[in-house]
Design a protein around this ligand. Structure first.
Ligand SMILES: *Cc1c(COP(=O)(O)O)cnc(C)c1O
Length: 402
Protein backbone atom coordinates (compact mmCIF):
# COMPACT_ATOMS: atom_id res chain seq x y z
CA UNK A 1 0.00 0.00 0.00
CA UNK A 2 1.07 3.58 -0.59
CA UNK A 3 2.48 5.68 2.25
CA UNK A 4 1.17 8.94 0.74
CA UNK A 5 -1.68 10.56 2.66
CA UNK A 6 -3.63 13.31 0.89
CA UNK A 7 -4.93 16.25 2.90
CA UNK A 8 -8.72 16.68 2.69
CA UNK A 9 -9.85 19.29 0.13
CA UNK A 10 -10.88 22.63 1.63
CA UNK A 11 -13.80 24.43 -0.06
CA UNK A 12 -11.83 27.64 -0.83
CA UNK A 13 -8.50 25.93 -1.52
CA UNK A 14 -6.90 27.10 -4.81
CA UNK A 15 -6.69 24.28 -7.34
CA UNK A 16 -4.71 23.75 -10.52
CA UNK A 17 -7.57 21.84 -12.14
CA UNK A 18 -9.22 23.44 -15.13
CA UNK A 19 -12.70 24.48 -14.03
CA UNK A 20 -14.57 22.28 -16.52
CA UNK A 21 -16.78 20.53 -13.96
CA UNK A 22 -19.27 21.72 -11.37
CA UNK A 23 -18.17 19.41 -8.59
CA UNK A 24 -20.03 18.48 -5.41
CA UNK A 25 -18.02 19.12 -2.23
CA UNK A 26 -17.70 15.46 -1.29
CA UNK A 27 -15.26 12.72 -2.16
CA UNK A 28 -15.45 8.99 -1.78
CA UNK A 29 -12.49 6.91 -0.76
CA UNK A 30 -13.90 3.42 -1.04
CA UNK A 31 -16.72 1.53 -2.75
CA UNK A 32 -18.30 -1.90 -2.54
CA UNK A 33 -21.03 -3.02 -4.92
CA UNK A 34 -23.85 -0.48 -4.83
CA UNK A 35 -22.37 1.54 -1.96
CA UNK A 36 -19.80 4.33 -1.66
CA UNK A 37 -17.96 5.44 1.51
CA UNK A 38 -16.41 8.73 2.57
CA UNK A 39 -13.23 8.93 4.68
CA UNK A 40 -15.25 8.99 7.94
CA UNK A 41 -17.03 5.78 6.91
CA UNK A 42 -20.41 7.29 5.99
CA UNK A 43 -22.23 4.96 3.57
CA UNK A 44 -24.05 6.21 0.45
CA UNK A 45 -26.27 4.19 -1.90
CA UNK A 46 -24.99 4.82 -5.41
CA UNK A 47 -27.78 5.05 -8.00
CA UNK A 48 -25.46 6.72 -10.53
CA UNK A 49 -22.45 4.32 -10.71
CA UNK A 50 -20.06 6.93 -12.08
CA UNK A 51 -22.63 7.84 -14.81
CA UNK A 52 -23.56 4.35 -16.06
CA UNK A 53 -19.97 3.12 -15.84
CA UNK A 54 -19.64 0.76 -12.87
CA UNK A 55 -22.49 -1.54 -13.92
CA UNK A 56 -21.13 -4.42 -11.89
CA UNK A 57 -20.77 -2.16 -8.86
CA UNK A 58 -17.68 -0.76 -7.18
CA UNK A 59 -14.55 -2.80 -6.43
CA UNK A 60 -15.98 -5.96 -7.97
CA UNK A 61 -13.62 -8.67 -6.65
CA UNK A 62 -13.27 -10.50 -9.99
CA UNK A 63 -12.54 -7.31 -11.94
CA UNK A 64 -10.20 -6.03 -9.21
CA UNK A 65 -8.25 -9.27 -9.28
CA UNK A 66 -7.95 -9.26 -13.08
CA UNK A 67 -6.65 -5.66 -13.03
CA UNK A 68 -4.16 -6.34 -10.22
CA UNK A 69 -2.85 -9.57 -11.73
CA UNK A 70 -2.49 -8.13 -15.25
CA UNK A 71 -0.93 -4.88 -13.96
CA UNK A 72 1.73 -6.95 -12.21
CA UNK A 73 2.33 -9.03 -15.37
CA UNK A 74 2.12 -6.85 -18.51
CA UNK A 75 0.17 -3.64 -19.12
CA UNK A 76 1.01 -2.53 -22.66
CA UNK A 77 3.03 -3.59 -25.67
CA UNK A 78 1.33 -1.59 -28.51
CA UNK A 79 -0.70 -2.64 -31.53
CA UNK A 80 2.54 -3.40 -33.38
CA UNK A 81 2.22 -6.86 -31.81
CA UNK A 82 -0.42 -9.57 -31.44
CA UNK A 83 -2.41 -9.12 -28.22
CA UNK A 84 -4.21 -12.36 -27.33
CA UNK A 85 -6.37 -10.63 -24.67
CA UNK A 86 -7.52 -8.12 -27.33
CA UNK A 87 -8.46 -10.93 -29.71
CA UNK A 88 -10.31 -12.71 -26.89
CA UNK A 89 -12.09 -9.51 -25.82
CA UNK A 90 -13.20 -8.92 -29.43
CA UNK A 91 -14.49 -12.51 -29.60
CA UNK A 92 -16.55 -11.94 -26.44
CA UNK A 93 -17.89 -8.60 -27.64
CA UNK A 94 -18.82 -10.08 -31.04
CA UNK A 95 -20.66 -12.87 -29.21
CA UNK A 96 -22.82 -10.50 -27.11
CA UNK A 97 -23.36 -7.89 -29.87
CA UNK A 98 -23.78 -9.92 -33.06
CA UNK A 99 -21.25 -7.62 -34.72
CA UNK A 100 -18.34 -8.85 -36.87
CA UNK A 101 -15.42 -6.42 -36.54
CA UNK A 102 -14.31 -4.52 -33.45
CA UNK A 103 -11.91 -1.60 -32.94
CA UNK A 104 -11.00 -0.78 -29.34
CA UNK A 105 -10.73 2.84 -28.23
CA UNK A 106 -10.51 4.49 -24.82
CA UNK A 107 -13.71 6.48 -24.46
CA UNK A 108 -17.19 7.04 -25.80
CA UNK A 109 -16.33 10.11 -27.85
CA UNK A 110 -13.45 8.28 -29.48
CA UNK A 111 -15.71 5.37 -30.36
CA UNK A 112 -18.15 7.78 -32.03
CA UNK A 113 -15.26 9.45 -33.87
CA UNK A 114 -14.54 6.00 -35.30
CA UNK A 115 -18.17 5.61 -36.36
CA UNK A 116 -18.18 9.02 -38.04
CA UNK A 117 -14.98 8.14 -39.91
CA UNK A 118 -16.53 4.84 -41.03
CA UNK A 119 -19.60 6.69 -42.36
CA UNK A 120 -17.44 9.12 -44.31
CA UNK A 121 -15.30 6.33 -45.72
CA UNK A 122 -18.48 4.50 -46.74
CA UNK A 123 -19.77 7.62 -48.50
CA UNK A 124 -16.48 8.33 -50.20
CA UNK A 125 -16.41 4.79 -51.57
CA UNK A 126 -19.88 5.38 -53.05
CA UNK A 127 -18.55 8.47 -54.83
CA UNK A 128 -20.24 10.95 -52.44
CA UNK A 129 -17.90 13.94 -52.21
CA UNK A 130 -19.25 15.52 -49.00
CA UNK A 131 -21.09 12.75 -47.10
CA UNK A 132 -23.74 13.82 -44.57
CA UNK A 133 -24.87 12.08 -41.39
CA UNK A 134 -28.31 12.42 -39.78
CA UNK A 135 -28.33 12.99 -36.02
CA UNK A 136 -31.09 13.73 -33.49
CA UNK A 137 -32.12 16.69 -31.37
CA UNK A 138 -31.30 16.34 -27.63
CA UNK A 139 -28.65 13.76 -28.47
CA UNK A 140 -25.29 13.47 -26.76
CA UNK A 141 -22.32 11.94 -28.55
CA UNK A 142 -19.27 13.39 -26.78
CA UNK A 143 -16.98 16.40 -26.41
CA UNK A 144 -14.46 16.09 -29.23
CA UNK A 145 -15.01 18.43 -32.20
CA UNK A 146 -16.79 15.92 -34.44
CA UNK A 147 -18.86 14.42 -31.61
CA UNK A 148 -19.87 17.78 -30.11
CA UNK A 149 -20.91 18.83 -33.62
CA UNK A 150 -23.09 15.69 -33.79
CA UNK A 151 -24.52 16.42 -30.33
CA UNK A 152 -27.99 18.01 -30.24
CA UNK A 153 -27.31 20.46 -27.41
CA UNK A 154 -26.30 24.07 -28.11
CA UNK A 155 -24.57 24.38 -24.71
CA UNK A 156 -22.09 21.68 -25.70
CA UNK A 157 -21.27 23.53 -28.95
CA UNK A 158 -21.22 27.15 -27.71
CA UNK A 159 -17.97 28.94 -28.49
CA UNK A 160 -16.39 26.10 -30.45
CA UNK A 161 -17.18 27.17 -34.01
CA UNK A 162 -16.34 26.25 -36.69
CA UNK A 163 -18.13 22.98 -36.02
CA UNK A 164 -17.56 19.83 -38.05
CA UNK A 165 -19.92 20.13 -41.01
CA UNK A 166 -22.55 17.97 -42.59
CA UNK A 167 -24.61 16.70 -39.69
CA UNK A 168 -28.35 16.96 -40.47
CA UNK A 169 -30.51 17.25 -37.36
CA UNK A 170 -33.98 15.72 -36.97
CA UNK A 171 -36.33 15.41 -33.94
CA UNK A 172 -35.75 12.14 -32.03
CA UNK A 173 -38.43 9.56 -32.87
CA UNK A 174 -39.64 11.45 -35.97
CA UNK A 175 -39.44 9.10 -38.96
CA UNK A 176 -41.08 11.55 -41.38
CA UNK A 177 -38.36 14.10 -40.65
CA UNK A 178 -35.79 11.53 -41.75
CA UNK A 179 -37.64 10.86 -45.00
CA UNK A 180 -37.91 14.61 -45.51
CA UNK A 181 -34.14 14.99 -45.00
CA UNK A 182 -33.53 12.20 -47.50
CA UNK A 183 -35.46 14.16 -50.15
CA UNK A 184 -33.56 17.37 -49.42
CA UNK A 185 -30.04 15.95 -49.12
CA UNK A 186 -28.96 13.34 -51.67
CA UNK A 187 -25.54 13.11 -49.95
CA UNK A 188 -26.72 11.45 -46.72
CA UNK A 189 -24.78 8.24 -46.05
CA UNK A 190 -25.62 7.34 -42.44
CA UNK A 191 -27.73 8.02 -39.37
CA UNK A 192 -26.34 8.11 -35.83
CA UNK A 193 -28.77 7.87 -32.89
CA UNK A 194 -29.01 6.63 -29.29
CA UNK A 195 -31.70 3.95 -28.68
CA UNK A 196 -32.59 5.84 -25.48
CA UNK A 197 -31.20 9.35 -25.05
CA UNK A 198 -29.34 9.37 -21.74
CA UNK A 199 -27.96 12.88 -21.23
CA UNK A 200 -31.03 14.27 -23.04
CA UNK A 201 -33.32 13.08 -20.20
CA UNK A 202 -33.82 9.29 -20.56
CA UNK A 203 -35.87 9.95 -23.70
CA UNK A 204 -37.46 7.00 -25.41
CA UNK A 205 -39.02 7.51 -28.86
CA UNK A 206 -42.83 8.00 -28.74
CA UNK A 207 -43.24 4.69 -30.64
CA UNK A 208 -40.74 2.92 -28.34
CA UNK A 209 -38.05 0.67 -29.76
CA UNK A 210 -40.01 0.16 -33.00
CA UNK A 211 -38.43 3.52 -33.93
CA UNK A 212 -35.20 1.56 -34.43
CA UNK A 213 -36.95 -0.84 -36.81
CA UNK A 214 -38.37 2.09 -38.79
CA UNK A 215 -34.92 3.69 -38.97
CA UNK A 216 -33.43 0.35 -40.10
CA UNK A 217 -35.97 0.21 -42.95
CA UNK A 218 -35.16 3.73 -44.09
CA UNK A 219 -31.42 2.97 -43.98
CA UNK A 220 -31.99 -0.13 -46.14
CA UNK A 221 -34.15 1.87 -48.57
CA UNK A 222 -31.46 4.54 -49.09
CA UNK A 223 -28.36 2.37 -48.62
CA UNK A 224 -27.30 4.33 -45.50
CA UNK A 225 -25.34 2.97 -42.57
CA UNK A 226 -27.45 2.61 -39.44
CA UNK A 227 -25.18 3.62 -36.57
CA UNK A 228 -26.23 3.27 -32.92
CA UNK A 229 -24.53 5.05 -30.03
CA UNK A 230 -24.88 2.54 -27.19
CA UNK A 231 -22.19 4.11 -25.06
CA UNK A 232 -24.67 4.52 -22.21
CA UNK A 233 -27.36 1.97 -23.13
CA UNK A 234 -24.93 -0.91 -23.77
CA UNK A 235 -23.45 -3.59 -21.54
CA UNK A 236 -26.69 -4.72 -19.95
CA UNK A 237 -27.92 -1.28 -18.86
CA UNK A 238 -31.42 -1.55 -20.41
CA UNK A 239 -32.04 -5.24 -19.68
CA UNK A 240 -30.55 -6.53 -22.94
CA UNK A 241 -26.82 -6.66 -23.58
CA UNK A 242 -27.40 -3.89 -26.15
CA UNK A 243 -30.64 -1.91 -26.29
CA UNK A 244 -31.21 -2.70 -29.98
CA UNK A 245 -31.67 -6.33 -28.92
CA UNK A 246 -35.12 -5.31 -27.69
CA UNK A 247 -35.89 -5.41 -31.45
CA UNK A 248 -35.16 -7.80 -34.31
CA UNK A 249 -32.81 -5.46 -36.17
CA UNK A 250 -29.01 -5.20 -36.16
CA UNK A 251 -27.23 -1.88 -36.82
CA UNK A 252 -24.35 -1.63 -39.28
CA UNK A 253 -22.18 0.29 -36.84
CA UNK A 254 -22.38 0.13 -33.04
CA UNK A 255 -20.43 2.12 -30.45
CA UNK A 256 -20.07 1.47 -26.75
CA UNK A 257 -17.88 2.50 -23.80
CA UNK A 258 -18.98 3.32 -20.20
CA UNK A 259 -20.06 -0.07 -18.78
CA UNK A 260 -17.61 -1.97 -21.00
CA UNK A 261 -14.74 -1.39 -18.57
CA UNK A 262 -16.64 -1.04 -15.25
CA UNK A 263 -14.51 2.07 -14.59
CA UNK A 264 -11.43 1.19 -16.64
CA UNK A 265 -11.31 3.58 -19.65
CA UNK A 266 -12.20 1.57 -22.75
CA UNK A 267 -14.53 1.91 -25.71
CA UNK A 268 -15.31 0.11 -28.93
CA UNK A 269 -16.67 0.74 -32.39
CA UNK A 270 -18.12 -2.33 -34.08
CA UNK A 271 -19.27 -3.10 -37.60
CA UNK A 272 -21.19 -5.79 -39.45
CA UNK A 273 -22.56 -6.31 -42.93
CA UNK A 274 -21.80 -3.56 -45.42
CA UNK A 275 -19.79 -1.57 -42.84
CA UNK A 276 -17.16 -4.31 -42.51
CA UNK A 277 -13.71 -3.64 -43.94
CA UNK A 278 -14.10 0.11 -44.44
CA UNK A 279 -11.22 0.94 -42.10
CA UNK A 280 -8.15 -0.89 -43.34
CA UNK A 281 -4.43 -0.72 -42.46
CA UNK A 282 -3.27 2.82 -41.69
CA UNK A 283 -6.76 4.39 -41.72
CA UNK A 284 -7.38 4.46 -37.97
CA UNK A 285 -5.49 3.79 -34.76
CA UNK A 286 -4.99 4.53 -31.09
CA UNK A 287 -1.87 4.05 -28.97
CA UNK A 288 -3.87 3.05 -25.92
CA UNK A 289 -6.69 1.29 -27.77
CA UNK A 290 -6.93 -2.34 -26.69
CA UNK A 291 -3.89 -2.52 -24.40
CA UNK A 292 -3.16 -5.87 -22.80
CA UNK A 293 -4.58 -4.59 -19.50
CA UNK A 294 -7.61 -2.84 -21.02
CA UNK A 295 -8.46 -5.88 -23.13
CA UNK A 296 -8.26 -8.22 -20.17
CA UNK A 297 -10.63 -5.90 -18.28
CA UNK A 298 -13.11 -5.92 -21.20
CA UNK A 299 -12.95 -9.72 -21.41
CA UNK A 300 -13.44 -10.07 -17.65
CA UNK A 301 -16.29 -7.54 -17.49
CA UNK A 302 -18.28 -9.28 -20.25
CA UNK A 303 -17.52 -12.70 -18.78
CA UNK A 304 -18.66 -11.54 -15.34
CA UNK A 305 -21.84 -9.94 -16.71
CA UNK A 306 -22.61 -13.32 -18.34
CA UNK A 307 -21.76 -15.47 -15.32
CA UNK A 308 -23.80 -13.28 -12.94
CA UNK A 309 -26.77 -13.14 -15.34
CA UNK A 310 -26.54 -9.40 -14.77
CA UNK A 311 -28.41 -8.47 -17.96
CA UNK A 312 -31.45 -10.54 -16.94
CA UNK A 313 -31.15 -9.08 -13.44
CA UNK A 314 -31.20 -5.53 -14.84
CA UNK A 315 -34.41 -6.33 -16.73
CA UNK A 316 -36.18 -7.87 -13.71
CA UNK A 317 -35.01 -5.55 -10.94
CA UNK A 318 -35.28 -2.51 -13.24
CA UNK A 319 -38.89 -3.42 -14.04
CA UNK A 320 -39.57 -3.81 -10.31
CA UNK A 321 -38.11 -0.36 -9.55
CA UNK A 322 -40.19 1.28 -12.32
CA UNK A 323 -43.41 -0.48 -11.21
CA UNK A 324 -42.84 0.39 -7.56
CA UNK A 325 -42.05 4.03 -8.36
CA UNK A 326 -45.21 4.32 -10.47
CA UNK A 327 -47.30 2.80 -7.67
CA UNK A 328 -45.70 4.71 -4.80
CA UNK A 329 -45.69 8.06 -6.61
CA UNK A 330 -49.11 7.58 -8.24
CA UNK A 331 -50.54 10.65 -6.45
CA UNK A 332 -47.64 12.82 -7.61
CA UNK A 333 -47.38 14.57 -10.93
CA UNK A 334 -44.39 12.53 -12.14
CA UNK A 335 -43.69 10.29 -15.13
CA UNK A 336 -41.41 7.30 -14.72
CA UNK A 337 -39.75 5.97 -17.87
CA UNK A 338 -36.88 3.78 -18.94
CA UNK A 339 -35.77 0.21 -19.39
CA UNK A 340 -33.75 -2.01 -17.11
CA UNK A 341 -31.41 0.01 -14.93
CA UNK A 342 -31.74 3.20 -17.00
CA UNK A 343 -34.60 5.03 -15.34
CA UNK A 344 -35.82 8.62 -15.49
CA UNK A 345 -38.36 10.29 -13.24
CA UNK A 346 -39.76 13.35 -14.97
CA UNK A 347 -40.77 15.90 -12.33
CA UNK A 348 -43.23 18.75 -12.99
CA UNK A 349 -40.55 21.38 -12.22
CA UNK A 350 -36.80 21.92 -12.35
CA UNK A 351 -35.18 19.89 -9.61
CA UNK A 352 -31.39 20.26 -9.82
CA UNK A 353 -31.31 20.87 -6.05
CA UNK A 354 -32.52 17.28 -5.47
CA UNK A 355 -28.97 16.02 -6.03
CA UNK A 356 -27.74 17.74 -2.83
CA UNK A 357 -30.88 16.90 -0.84
CA UNK A 358 -30.65 13.22 -1.82
CA UNK A 359 -26.97 13.13 -0.90
CA UNK A 360 -27.12 15.00 2.40
CA UNK A 361 -30.50 13.90 3.78
CA UNK A 362 -30.96 10.44 2.28
CA UNK A 363 -27.34 9.35 1.67
CA UNK A 364 -28.35 8.64 -1.91
CA UNK A 365 -26.32 9.47 -5.03
CA UNK A 366 -28.47 10.46 -8.01
CA UNK A 367 -28.19 12.81 -10.95
CA UNK A 368 -30.59 15.30 -12.52
CA UNK A 369 -30.50 15.74 -16.28
CA UNK A 370 -32.40 17.96 -18.71
CA UNK A 371 -33.34 20.19 -15.74
CA UNK A 372 -36.26 18.20 -14.36
CA UNK A 373 -35.44 14.49 -14.80
CA UNK A 374 -34.10 12.46 -11.87
CA UNK A 375 -31.77 10.00 -13.56
CA UNK A 376 -31.13 6.59 -12.01
CA UNK A 377 -28.30 4.40 -13.28
CA UNK A 378 -27.84 1.85 -10.49
CA UNK A 379 -25.56 -1.19 -10.83
CA UNK A 380 -27.08 -3.72 -13.25
CA UNK A 381 -26.43 -6.47 -10.69
CA UNK A 382 -28.32 -4.66 -7.93
CA UNK A 383 -30.19 -7.07 -5.65
CA UNK A 384 -33.89 -6.87 -4.84
CA UNK A 385 -33.03 -5.86 -1.25
CA UNK A 386 -30.81 -3.03 -2.51
CA UNK A 387 -33.61 -1.98 -4.88
CA UNK A 388 -35.97 -1.75 -1.87
CA UNK A 389 -33.36 0.34 -0.08
CA UNK A 390 -33.17 2.61 -3.15
CA UNK A 391 -36.97 2.88 -3.39
CA UNK A 392 -37.34 3.80 0.26
CA UNK A 393 -34.79 6.64 0.01
CA UNK A 394 -36.08 7.87 -3.34
CA UNK A 395 -39.79 7.89 -2.49
CA UNK A 396 -39.04 9.77 0.75
CA UNK A 397 -36.96 12.26 -1.24
CA UNK A 398 -39.61 12.96 -3.88
CA UNK A 399 -42.47 13.00 -1.38
CA UNK A 400 -40.68 15.64 0.66
CA UNK A 401 -40.03 17.70 -2.47
CA UNK A 402 -43.37 17.69 -4.30
C1 LIG B 1 -21.14 9.38 -22.19
C2 LIG B 1 -21.59 9.33 -23.58
C3 LIG B 1 -20.74 9.66 -24.64
C4 LIG B 1 -19.33 10.18 -24.43
O1 LIG B 1 -18.51 9.26 -23.78
P1 LIG B 1 -17.10 9.73 -23.18
O2 LIG B 1 -16.48 8.47 -22.67
O3 LIG B 1 -17.40 10.72 -22.09
O4 LIG B 1 -16.32 10.35 -24.28
C5 LIG B 1 -21.22 9.54 -25.93
N1 LIG B 1 -22.47 9.12 -26.16
C6 LIG B 1 -23.32 8.78 -25.17
C7 LIG B 1 -24.68 8.29 -25.51
C8 LIG B 1 -22.92 8.91 -23.84
O5 LIG B 1 -23.78 8.59 -22.86
Amino acid sequence: MTDITLAPIQPDQPSHLMATYGRQAISFVRGRGAYLYTEDGTEYLDALTGIAVCGLGHAHPVIAEAIAEQAATLVHTSNLFEIPWQTAAAQKLAEVSGMEEIFFSNSGAESNEGAIKIARKFGTQQGVRLPKIIVAEQSFHGRTLATLSATGNKKVQDGFAPLVNDFIRVPFGDVEAIQEAALQHPDIVAILIEPIQGEGGINTAPQGFSYLEEVRNICNQHNWLMMLDEIQTGNGRTGKYFAYQHTNIVPDVLTTAKGLGNGFPVGAVMTQGKAVGLLGPGSHGSTYGGTVLGSRVVYTVIDTIQKENAVENAAVVGRYIVDQLRAKLADKNVRVRGFGMMIGIQLPKDCAELVAIARDQHKLIINVTAGSVVRLLPPINMTQAQADDLLERLVALINSYL
